[in-house]
Write a protein that binds this ligand. Structure first.
Ligand SMILES: [Zn+2]
Length: 360
């Protein structure tokens, strides 16, 4: 059994200089695709479930599915992470169902659509960190509001995302504030806002520094070299998948995602977790369209799902390799939650800021 915490996994990734893709799960096929890809290249895994996924599949179904994946692939360290927790209860119940890590997204209020102020974010994140660390689970916090630098708005996905528009300042994480936030909350990983957004429609043109602010990552990494950074909304939305989707009856407007080479550049500057959902969805639904259009009499869902699963597995495998995660699963000796809890209590895992611990 190899249920790993986000903290232990990202500490390993930082030591060895790689990044870990975090793929979203809603159903069995996605779980199998991720684990088959990981097993093929010996990569550790982060599977994350949004609140939308938890209500779609149900907590019992989701957690038993992860148990099954863990049993099928005991050699692969598997972190189960709550994506965009909106309040304390979401995070606490996730841990109850076997999640080893939670995101407390205090950049938005509990309604998951109104931008929150800094004090609210620090306060709620600090309380979730305390609770999670009691049992050894990890916490990802978020500073800055995720949204487009092109139009100042967020993208609703699974009932989560900024509604309305905010200023450019709110859409870019402030490096000085990031230092203060990590010190005050003791988060294990920090999601930063730098122009990426959720969904397929991230950029209306190939992104440059004006709309994808990679320099923010580099600046934060300079000040917080020991903090694990997280890139959200980091699907690349490959042109080949858009083309297949549209070739078989889809009408997806031309769009641009985050280029893989920009993510790799981020990994050189402290990015350790890279969230990818849209690419996995598109890898599957482009195939649904292809099968549906090519064989108008086909009605066996497995004839749609099997090639869709193959397509998603190939995408996951590519990302494991591109981010350098491949070859690392067998190098990790997974620590139990109880051991992580002990280390948190001793202060050994307190954030190190400029080489000093937060307590110092
Ligand atoms: Zn996100």
């Amino acid at each position: 059994m190899a249920r790993i915490t986000l903290r232990q996994l990202l500490d390993h990734a930082a030591e060895r200089g790689y990044g870990v893709p975090a793929f979203n799960i809603n159903n069995m096929e996605q779980g199998l695709a991720i684990m088959e890809a990981a097993a093929a290249v010996d990569a550790p895994v982060i599977i994350q479930a949004s609140r939308g996924a938890r209500s779609y599949a149900g907590d019992i179904m989701l957690s038993k599915m992860i148990d099954a994946l863990e049993e099928m692939y005991p050699q692969i360290p598997l972190c189960l992470h709550q994506d965009h927790g909106n309040d304390e209860a979401t995070c606490a119940t996730a841990i109850k169902y076997g999640f080893t890590s939670v995101m407390m997204d205090g950049s938005l209020k509990a309604d998951a659509k109104t931008a929150a102020d800094y004090e609210y974010n620090v306060d709620i994140t600090r309380r979730v960190v305390e609770m999670a660390h009691w049992v050894g689970a990890s916490v990802e916090g978020e500073l800055g509001v995720l949204g487009s630098l092109e139009h100042g708005g967020g993208e609703q996905e699974d009932g989560h995302g900024l509604e309305g528009k905010v200023s450019r300042e709110q859409l870019l994480t402030d490096p000085d504030q990031a230092v203060d936030f990590v010190r005050a909350t003791k988060v294990d990983a920090l999601a930063i806002a730098m122009g990426t957004s959720h969904g397929a429609y991230k950029f209306s043109r190939k992104p440059d520094g004006e709309i994808l602010a990679m320099n923010v990552i580099e600046e934060i990494h300079r000040r917080l070299p020991n903090t694990h950074l997280v890139m959200h909304g980091s699907s690349s939305v490959p042109q080949a998948l858009q083309d297949m989707f549209n070739q078989f009856g889809g009408e997806m407007p031309q769009t641009w995602g985050v280029p893989v080479e920009e993510i790799v550049r981020g990994i050189r500057h402290g990015v350790r977790k890279v969230n990818i959902d849209t690419d996995c969805r598109l890898a599957m639904t482009a195939i649904f369209r292809k099968v549906g259009a090519s064989s108008k009499v086909e009605f066996d869902p497995r004839k749609f799902l099997k090639p869709a699963m193959d397509s998603m597995r190939e995408l996951c495998r590519e990302r494991f390799e591109q981010f350098g995660a491949a070859g690392n699963a067998s190098k990790i000796k997974v620590l139990p939650l109880s051991e992580m809890a002990k280390r948190y209590r001793s202060g050994a895992l307190d954030p190190r800021i400029g080489g000093m611990t937060a307590a110092a």
